[in-house]
Design a protein around this ligand. Sequence first.
Ligand code: NI
Length: 169
Amino acid sequence: MIFPIVKFGDPVLETPAADITTFDEELKKLADDMFESMYAARGVGLAAPQIGISKRIAVVDVTFKENPDAKLVLINPVIIKKEGRQRSSEGCLSIPEFREDVTRAKIVTIRAQDLTGKTFEHTGEELLARAFLHETDHLNGKLYISHISGIKRDLIKRKIKKLVKAGEW
Ligand code: NI
């Protein structure tokens, strides 16, 4: 099932999500639906709050269907190591049409549980490192615009307000 993507302004995006404690068929279905919703929206990462579900699960595929092994389900993820720096353009499905340069760590190790509840660690570089940080932020109620200057953030918020007024958001 393809869920509509929740957009900036909805409080669910700025609320820390709840831990997942039950690893059942329903959770597997949610992960499948999240991949389907992410691909439909042309994204490479999606966190459950972005479909209105305040639970600590995110899906990532930085290859966008190229490599099935690149599909990652991150449940209750925690960033455990960050190294180096990278700066490049970042966007978010919940803030469509906007992009800004964001400085992030270049190499990131995440610890998370899989769909069976098993804990694993995964180290990602470049785009994958960025995705780990961006999606974990989502589960903590944080958006990438919190990492840009206040001036740029206010400008984006003002533009969004106008779009809301015009019924285009
Ligand atoms: Ni996002």
